[in-house]
Design a protein around this ligand. Structure first.
Ligand code: 5CA
Ligand code: ZN
Length: 412
């Protein structure tokens, strides 16, 4: 599937070498500095309906910051993002609206690409739809069958969590909580015939009136977790530096995609760090498609919002914190953008290299964007006699925070 256009990222002088991020599995900070100059990242992509709301945007901006830090440190970033362009919620939405599911997926994926482009999010190396990956997903299901990790329930294929020695280690939840979340988030713990209620669907035989794809398993379509597992294994390999997404993906999605990957590859852990962004809420509820309380990036931008201001609004709070969206945050982002523009059009400012080191340090400690923004605020608010500082600050805000303060050539 076509990704979105690349963005020109200025090279900054000097470098830093460490990067630590919060890992859900260990509950603490983990060093994710690549050892061979290649950073390996998988970030779960959208299910294309009701895109792109500010919850999505906040999550993808968090991982964009991670990519920017790795790149600043001189690493190549191998990054896969999927599009869940066939799944129950998409079929339900298409049925509700009386439209073809393919059309919903195409339209919403295109909108997402346009929003990511406007927000200057760096594109993944591979942007892959489930539909175009059917063969590789089916091949992985076959492999899990051969390894004895899968079994049949009335023609559907299930993954056996008992075959995965580390199952449970990603989210670290007790069984009652896993059962509850499984039922809430696309699982079927109550389905009769399963060996363990937490076993998950790998391949669903085609149902009447539903789409299906030919495969050695018979016509059907994949379960959700095996989709991300296959795409990651086939493009990045058995060990990721970071597996990322919003906090609602920790269980069951990342737990089960990691379990499947570890069984299939024989290597563990699947990721050095499982990184989860907090949930963005509106009026006391998580912003979600099912609740319908959504603020869309495209609508804000069409209404004249500066994408840089929106970026600063979303980066103004730490990515791990569950938080409420308020229009005041956008006002704050806009005011900040003006202050920074004024600060970087001066002839001189406070020491630019000191600012760069401090911003790099803040970001290297669990992507602390609020601290980074506060440092640029400080720099903008004070006088100084470094004539190179305004240009360096402009470059660092562009490279590390993704905000062009002055007109630049946006496409490389
Ligand atoms: N296609 C699957 C992942 S394989 C999926 O979860 N799609 S999604 O469209 O529902 O969500 C896309 C990403 O946005 C996920 O990482 C999800 O955790 C994140 N997300 C969804 N709602 C919010 C929210 N309110 N706040 C923050 N992140 C959110
Ligand atoms: Zn996923």
């Amino acid at each position: 599937m076509q990704s979105w256009p690349a963005v020109n990222v200025p090279r900054l002088p000097g470098t830093t070498s460490s990067l630590r991020v919060h890992d859900t599995s260990s509950g603490g900070l983990v060093d994710v500095t690549p050892t061979d100059g290649v950073a390996r990242l998988y970030v779960c992509g959208i299910t294309p309906y009701d895109a792109t709301h500010l919850g999505h945007a906040a999550t993808y901006l968090s991982f964009d910051t991670l990519v920017r830090v790795w790149r600043d440190q001189g690493h190549e970033v191998r990054y896969v993002q999927n599009v869940t362009d066939i799944d129950d919620p998409l079929l339900e939405r298409a049925a509700r609206d009386g439209v073809r599911w393919e059309d919903v997926a195409l339209r919403e994926t295109e909108l997402f690409r346009a929003d990511m482009t406007a927000l200057r999010v760096l594109p993944p190396t591979w942007y892959v739809g489930a539909v175009e990956a059917m063969d590789e997903i089916a091949a992985l299901v076959l492999k899990l069958q051969e390894l004895g990790a899968a079994y049949d329930v009335d023609g559907d294929v299930y993954f056996s969590v008992a075959s995965a020695p580390h199952f449970g280690s990603v989210a670290g939840l007790d069984v009652p909580t896993m059962l509850r979340l499984s039922a809430e988030r696309g699982g079927d713990p109550d389905r009769p015939g399963k060996k363990d209620p937490l076993d998950c669907l790998l391949w669903m035989a085609q149902r009447p009136g539903e789409p299906g794809w030919d495969s050695p398993l018979g016509p059907g379509r994949p379960g959700w977790h095996v989709e991300c597992c296959a795409m990651a294994l086939n493009r990045i390999g058995p060990q990721l530096d970071v597996q990322g997404g919003g906090a609602d993906l920790a269980f069951p999605h990342h737990e089960l995609s990691a379990a499947e990957a570890e069984v299939a590859s024989g290597r563990a852990p699947f990721a050095r760090a499982y990184v989860h962004a907090g949930m963005i809420g509106l009026d006391g509820e998580k912003m979600s498609k099912s609740l319908g309380n959504l603020v869309f990036v495209s609508k804000l931008l069409a209404g004249g919002t500066d994408p840089g201001a929106l970026r600063l609004a979303l980066l103004g709070q730490h990515y791990r914190i569950d938080r409420e969206w308020t229009p005041a945050q956008l006002d704050e982002g806009e005011a900040r953008l003006l202050r920074w523009r004024a600060g970087t059009t001066r002839d001189a400012g406070p020491d630019g290299n000191a600012l760069l080191s401090a911003v790099r340090l803040a970001l290297s400690q669990d992507l602390d964007t609020p601290a980074a923004l506060a440092l640029v605020d400080e720099w903008s608010a004070h006088d100084g006699d470094d004539p190179a500082a305004p240009a360096l600050t402009t470059a660092l805000v562009d490279a590390l925070l993704g905000v062009p303060l002055h007109p630049v050539d946006v496409h490389s």
